[in-house]
Write a protein that binds this ligand. Structure first.
Ligand SMILES: NC(=O)C1=CN([C@@H]2O[C@H](COP(=O)(O)OP(=O)(O)OC[C@H]3O[C@@H](n4cnc5c(N)ncnc54)[C@H](OP(=O)(O)O)[C@@H]3O)[C@@H](O)[C@H]2O)C=CC1
Ligand SMILES: CC(=O)N[C@@H](CCC(=O)OP(=O)(O)O)C(=O)O
Length: 317
């Protein structure tokens, strides 16, 4: 059977990248909306109800509306927006976060694609909390820099408009109420929200995040090797994992691999553990493409899992 896929918001940043990744697939047919009708509710409703899988690449309110427009019992949904990430009845589309998550996604009707920022935090913190190397009530700080495509078409236009001298480094969300905090806390298995300080850099695409840890605040102080072993073992145990863990070298004080653009065009997320067992300090960094594993790549990975095809189809590692 050739599955019909409708990308609602296909002309946007995330939608376009999904289209590109799916081009040439014979196991599915991408049903396209006429450009002039892309916001026409009746036409969207028709295509949403005709699709086997609808991928929503829309602002939150429009994504909620798309779900309401589906009247049948069959169209499955992958929502790339923030609207349903901690909602009842939705599977969280971060396949590598748990041994059973791929199965959850495979059988789900509704899948919420993770936000770009939460993935670096959840990838680093969740296995450590589960292994009890990090208490759930640890006062985490989380920092990162993202390319400006993370803000979608509007931010891309702001940075690329002729004559604009854009800021090189722009911290934001300093009211500490970023929309990604609920999913970070929920899927990171944290009892308190992290203090999150995101930054937009003057480059289009890619991101690096960092999770600093004072290990002497943890009972039974773990070593850098302990942290690395838990993360490496977890991701090695997940079939078809796009999350990988770089080898641990306690003497490494910097690495070119932390370039936020290092994984652009791929669906890979690499974790890097840095630690000093004398000062009991550590940082777990994550490098990935905000439009790859952070958005479109993850959506295609989830689509593959839902369709029961090889999870790596159409995705560069
Ligand atoms: N960019 C990123 O790195 C990531 C984005 N996301 C999420 O994915 C979703 C899409 O983001 P992104 O692609 O960046 O955003 P864009 O602004 O680039 O694209 C959104 C698209 O949706 C269209 N649209 C807006 N309102 C409606 C509507 N009512 N009906 C139909 N179409 C509509 C827009 O059309 P028009 O431009 O004509 O208004 C545009 O084509 C968002 O929820 C975003 O938060 C998730 C992870 C990462
Ligand atoms: C650089 C930048 O502005 N990034 C966006 C997040 C992009 C993303 O993941 O958005 P969704 O949660 O909607 O999926 C932000 O911080 O709001």
């Amino acid at each position: 059977m050739v599955a019909k896929i409708f990308i609602d918001g296909e002309a946007g940043t995330t939608g376009l990248q999904i289209r590109e990744r799916l081009a040439g697939r014979r196991d599915l047919e991408v049903v396209s909306i006429d450009h002039d009708k892309r916001k026409d509710q009746d036409e969207r409703k028709r295509l949403l109800n005709l699709a086997d899988v609808a991928i929503l690449c829309l602002p939150d309110d429009a994504a909620r509306e798309s779900v309401r427009l589906i009247e049948n019992d069959t169209t499955r949904v992958i929502d790339a927006s923030t609207a349903h990430r901690v909602a009842e009845g939705w599977a969280y589309g971060f396949a590598e976060m748990d041994a059973g998550q791929t199965d959850e996604i495979a059988k789900a009707r509704y899948v919420a694609n993770p936000g770009c920022w939460p993935q670096g935090l959840i990838a680093a913190a969740r296995p450590l909390v589960e292994a009890r190397l990090l208490p759930g009530d640890y006062p985490l700080s989380y920092h990162g820099v993202s390319g400006y495509s993370g803000g979608g078409r509007q931010m891309i236009e702001e940075y690329e408009a002729p004559g604009v001298v854009a800021s090189q480094y722009m911290p934001y969300a300093l009211t500490f109420l970023h929309k990604h905090l609920p999913e970070m806390q929920h899927y990171g298995k944290l009892n308190r929200p992290p203090l999150f300080e995101p930054v937009v850099g003057n480059f289009a695409q890619g991101m690096t995040t960092s999770l600093p840890l004072h290990l002497d605040m943890v009972a039974d102080i773990p070593s850098g090797k302990d942290l690395h072993a838990v993360l490496a073992d977890h991701y090695a145990s997940i079939p078809d994992s796009f999350v990988q863990v770089a080898p641990y070298d306690p003497k490494l004080g910097k690495s070119a691999a932390l370039d936020p653009q290092a994984h652009n065009g791929t669906n890979t997320l690499t974790l890097h553990v840095f630690a000093n067992d004398e000062t009991n300090q550590a940082v777990i960094a994550a490098v990935y493409d905000n439009l790859g594993k952070g958005a479109s790549g993850a959506a295609v990975q989830n689509l593959n899992i839902m369709l029961g095809v090889n999870a790596r189809e159409s995705l560069a590692a």
